[in-house]
Design a protein around this ligand. Sequence first.
Ligand SMILES: O=C(CO)[C@@H](O)[C@H](O)COP(=O)(O)O
Length: 236
Amino acid sequence: MNYGAEVEVTIARVRAEVSRLHAELTRYELVIWTGGNISARVPGADLFIIKPSGVSYDDLAPENMILCDFDGVVIEATPGSNRSPSSDTAAHAYVYRHMPEVGGVVHTHSTYATAWAARGEAIPCVITAMADEFGGEIPVGPFAIIGDDSIGVAIVETLTGHRSRAVLMQNHGVFTIGADAKDAVKAAVMAEDVARTVHISRQLGTPLPIAPEAIDALFDRYQNVYGQSALPTSRR
Ligand SMILES: O=C(CO)[C@@H](O)[C@H](O)COP(=O)(O)O
């Protein structure tokens, strides 16, 4: 299969990016062993790149990232196509089909966020970092079976119209979406950070709520003013 020079160059770039970003999941200690996964949309084509299933993070490389269509079907005779794609491929594909603004999807079992998910409780917005990044609580999605598009359906249903780019899938872990894969990785890093802080706050007493107007103002400032104005938030 040849998609033409321009798309082939883009596929190569996305392969390298998805491979490289997996190192961020281990750097921030969001995954252990072969858990978790990242995918990225291929701009300009109905395709995405995702990691192979159950392969050591040390062995992930651009050439073993897997190219899939939006039904989650592996594109034959492309690099990496001899391996099985991530268990969550159908879920990621469902997100790309139904959320055209999403360019990247990340899944982790990061400890504190998954502890909240195991209890089926949304993380309340009680620290400014949450208001900044998520614009409110991090919601909970339902328990969903792994392997088909059930998780994707739940991600889309929970996050559509929600400011949060992270959802805690009940009894499972965290799924995040982003404008691109790096943005989704950032959401996964931040979700774990706030899950830990709010958990510790709960151990110390009762966290104080932030007024909805203040959450709105913080979210607006962080999304539109914070950092270097020449760059979109995902690249700052
Ligand atoms: O929990 C799940 C399945 O949702 C995954 O995180 C696995 O732990 C890793 O699966 P692969 O992406 O390696 O198939």
